[in-house]
Design a binder for this molecule. Structure first.
Ligand code: AR6
Length: 192
């Protein structure tokens, strides 16, 4: 299934793109960067902490008026001192190996889908994601990377003429390796 989606995405390449990039999300000059936040939207560690530090205190003030965010949903703020114009805050699932894995998958996919829908609604054309839930929230990296890639390519294929540039950022080699392995397997037709 991913193979077909990647091939379809390639056909729409002049308009839409998904790419993998290793580095610090907060340095990217795109329309929006996505924050892997918690449900309070009042800051935290990991990429959330890095975004708030780079954006400055005005971001926290705006977030305080948003009254939190539920898992899988997304809310938008300005980017303040960040190079990105906007921050889209989403809340990934806290991974629980003994819990409902299918529900957690849907919640993680919903983070990507809701963020892209919100970017679309605000007429944004470039968006960079961290690997949501793969840090403090403990989601297995390979599975999270697969969900991210699948959801993003499906979104692009549902909006073939829009022109959305999606960057999936990797802050460590585990995430980068996971994306590369999925793409390689998909290209060989080994991934369904
Ligand atoms: N740029 C890109 N990716 C990053 C950066 C960065 N500057 N910093 C970390 N990552 P995490 P979560 C990667 O823990 O698992 C916070 O406290 C990191 O390597 O930031 O969704 C929130 O407030 C990992 O691959 O987010 C929540 O309480 C990925 O970003 C909780 O953590 C996500 O790691 C959310 O946990």
């Amino acid at each position: 299934m991913i193979k077909e989606l990647l091939e379809d995405a390639k056909k729409n390449a002049q308009k839409n793109a998904v790419s993998i990039w290793r580095g610090d999300l907060t340095t990217l000059d795109c329309d929006a960067i996505v924050n892997a936040a918690n449900s309070t939207l009042l800051g935290g560690g990991g990429v959330d902490g890095a975004i708030h530090r780079a954006a400055g205190s005005e971001l926290l003030h705006e977030c305080a008026d948003l009254h939190g965010c539920t898992t899988g949903a997304a809310k938008i703020t300005f980017g303040y001192s960040l190079p990105a114009s906007y921050v889209i805050h989403t809340v990934g699932p806290i991974y629980n190996a003994d819990g409902d894995i299918a529900a957690q998958r849907l919640e993680l996919a919903s983070c990507y889908q809701s963020s892209l829908d919100l970017a679309y609604k605000h007429h944004l054309h470039s968006i960079a994601f961290p690997a949501i839930s793969t840090g403090a929230y403990g989601y297995p990296v390979e599975e999270a990377a697969r969900i991210a890639l699948l959801t993003c390519t499906a979104w692009l294929n549902a909006h073939p003429d829009y022109g959305m540039n999606i960057i999936l950022t990797c802050f460590n080699s585990a995430v980068l390796n996971a994306y590369q392995a999925i793409i390689a397997a998909a290209q060989k037709g080994e991934l369904e």
